[in-house]
Write a protein that binds this ligand. Structure first.
Ligand SMILES: C[S@@+](CC[C@H](N)C(=O)[O-])C[C@H]1O[C@@H](n2cnc3c(N)ncnc32)[C@H](O)[C@@H]1O
Length: 210
């Protein structure tokens, strides 16, 4: 990663450190959020025994759910650039032997992590320093038959509004438009299984062709 991206991640880490106790980061999932997550699990099917990658895990809210779903024979590999988020995730996931938690960017860690049955980017994709490069990197980390899941609890329009209004470090972290995501799927030989962008949130699930 070049110096400029490194600096941008340092600024974002500081921004997210300060958010660690915010309701969106810390509060237990409500029924509406669990319903939205269920849509992902309907598409992935059973997760027991699988190896999942979860970049940008925050305080580990989804990581905890994923750890329960993959069970003792599966593994969730999660990371976050924010030291405070990772510390909170460690507290939440204390005793979860099937979770590997790292502090750092997915870009910096990817080379040593191997491949995954599914890659789940929940509420993080816009924050990647280079969307196109990150998309390609995550696509390459997928096992055949796996799914790349990019999800948000809100629509693209809302995500982009929230980020523009949130503060300088994430103000430019906008979700790429649909046609760009479709093009990247095609370039990386991913076939789109699910596409949703409405009041129920954003959900793109794509799998390697063939
Ligand atoms: C909006 S938060 C979402 C956190 C969590 N996924 C959730 O839904 O509660 C985005 C998180 O991604 C982290 N992040 C941003 N870019 C990242 C990267 N390149 N690698 C790993 N984590 C990253 C941030 O530090 C932040 O905690």
């Amino acid at each position: 990663m070049n110096d400029q991206k490194e600096k941008a991640y340092q600024a974002k880490a500081t921004f997210f450190d300060a958010q660690v106790q915010a309701e969106w980061a810390a509060k237990a999932y409500g029924a509406g959020e669990m319903e939205k997550l269920e849509r992902i699990f309907e598409i992935t099917g059973p997760l027991a025994g699988l190896r999942l990658l979860e970049p940008g895990c925050g305080t580990g809210r989804l990581t905890e759910v994923l750890a329960q779903r993959v069970g003792p024979l599966g593994r969730v590999v999660a990371m976050d650039i924010s030291p405070q988020m990772v510390a909170a995730a460690h507290r939440r996931l204390d005793g979860c032997d099937n979770v590997e938690l790292y502090q750092g960017s997915i870009e910096a860690l990817a080379d040593r992590l191997g491949t995954f049955d599914h890659v789940i980017c929940h509420q993080v994709f816009p924050h990647f320093a280079d969307h196109k490069a990150a998309f390609g990197m995550l696509a390459r980390m997928l096992e055949p038959g796996g799914l790349l899941v990019i999800s948000h609890f809100i629509s693209i329009a809302e995500i982009n509004d929230v980020h523009r209004n949130a503060g300088t470090a994430v103000a430019a972290d906008l979700m790429p438009p649909a046609e760009t995501m479709r093009r990247w799927c095609a370039e990386h030989r991913l076939c789109i299984d699910t596409w949703q962008d409405d009041d129920d949130g954003y959900l793109l699930c794509a799998k390697p062709n063939g």
